[in-house]
Design a binder for this molecule. Structure first.
Ligand code: CDV
Length: 308
């Protein structure tokens, strides 16, 4: 057994003008619950320090838009989270909006180990939504205006006694996300998300949000023999209802813990990283059974080209 006790720290809504200090207090309260329950790592969601600001249109030079980005990590405002996690001996995963010194903007997540050292930084690959203001929508999803697509791809890192990976929100819907990490031996993938229940381009999908959320993460876990920790920022945030349903998913594809509220809630599970090899060494023994020579299109072609 290689047990790792994980806390999925779902967040409820963060209001538009909620201060970083208040949010960090909420994160620290969840860390304390994690400490009481023996967590070694606590997973916070995507863009965990602010409201989900892509729901509004802002001009490019808007001070409010810039106020949602972190220019350093830790900063004076986030340092208390780092200090408390280190004092408690708990690692954590945190999503936030990153503004680099040379002006690039990414939807980013970091992984910090139990000693407080930065282990990993991941920048979101699949950026959903739209670039231009679409006032006919009840709310915007301007991630494609505010964030660059990362070209760094999906890495994995040795931490917490295993091989860890990170993806963010929309990444979880793409099988390539899991497989690229699966090919690097990933044993646990942290996935924070902000998923509005209303999907303007096709509202027929609205009632299926919870189903699709678990469908893709359970499939990704099973097909790659990995744990998946899916963590929401849910609830009704500034009038927009977002999916909760945070879950810890085993390499078998089974959900072993699930949030029951749409607010701040810590769910925990003891995850045996050795469970992964039961799938990696049998049905999904990639080295034995994969046929990459027959999958060339996946690496070479972006959109669909139907037959003439
Ligand atoms: N934050 C996200 O990436 N949200 C997308 C929605 C907009 C489709 C998601 O895939 O959940």
């Amino acid at each position: 057994m290689r047990p790792l006790t994980v806390g999925a720290a779902q967040l409820g809504p963060i209001a538009r003008y909620e201060t970083r200090a208040k949010v960090v207090e909420r994160l620290i309260a969840l860390l304390h619950q994690g400490a009481e329950r023996g967590c070694e790592v606590v997973v916070f969601p995507e863009l965990a320090l602010t409201t989900f600001f892509p729901r509004w249109y802002f001009p490019d030079d808007s001070p409010e838009l810039l106020s949602y980005f972190e220019t350093e990590m830790p900063s004076a405002q986030t340092q208390p989270l780092f200090d408390e996690a280190k004092r408690l001996g708990i690692g954590f995963h945190l999503g936030y909006a990153e503004l680099t010194p040379d002006g690039h903007r990414y939807n980013t997540a970091i992984l910090v180990d139990r000693s407080g050292s930065l282990v990993a930084k991941y920048r979101k690959v699949h950026i959903p939504g739209h670039e231009e203001h679409e006032p006919q929508r009840p709310f915007q999803h301007l991630e494609r205006r505010y964030f660059e697509e990362s070209t760094e791809g999906f890495s994995v890192w040795r931490a917490f006694g295993g091989v860890m990976g990170i993806a963010l929100c929309n990444d979880r819907r793409w099988p390539e996300t899991y497989r690229v990490m699966g090919l690097q031996g990933v044993e646990m993938i942290f996935i924070g998300y902000n998923t509005p229940l209303h999907y303007a381009p096709d509202p027929v999908q609205d009632p299926l949000q919870a189903f699709h959320n678990h469908l893709v993460m359970q499939a990704g876990a099973y097909q790659n023999g990995t744990w998946v920790i899916g963590v929401a920022k849910g609830g009704t945030e500034e009038g927009v209802e977002s999916l909760a349903h945070s879950a810890v998913i085993a390499p078998s594809g089974q959900i072993v813990a699930q949030a029951v509220t749409d607010g701040d809630e810590l769910i925990t599970a003891q995850c045996d990283l050795d469970w992964c090899s039961q799938y990696k060494d049998t049905l999904f023994d990639f080295g034995r059974y994969r046929r990459p020579e027959t999958y060339q299109l996946i690496g070479q072609q972006k959109g669909v080209i139907p037959p003439p």
